[in-house]
Design a protein around this ligand. Structure first.
Ligand SMILES: [Zn+2]
Length: 60
């Protein structure tokens, strides 16, 4: 399910406030922070981005 157009433009990483980019990785799409040194990946569940640092996947 694609995210609503324009939604990405208003979303920002809650940790560092950098913009997010959509990354369709397998079955679960993710919103990946574009901030340098942050790069947290937030899950999208049922088309709804979960912008919680506790829920984010940290980059390896
Ligand atoms: Zn970030």
């Amino acid at each position: 399910m694609p995210l609503e157009a324009g939604l990405l433009e208003i979303l920002a990483c809650p940790a560092c406030h950098a913009p997010l980019r959509e990354e369709p990785s397998g079955e679960t799409p993710e919103l990946v922070c574009t901030g340098e040194g942050c790069a947290l990946a937030y899950p999208v569940r049922d088309g709804i981005p979960v912008l919680l640092v506790d829920e984010a996947r940290r980059p390896a």
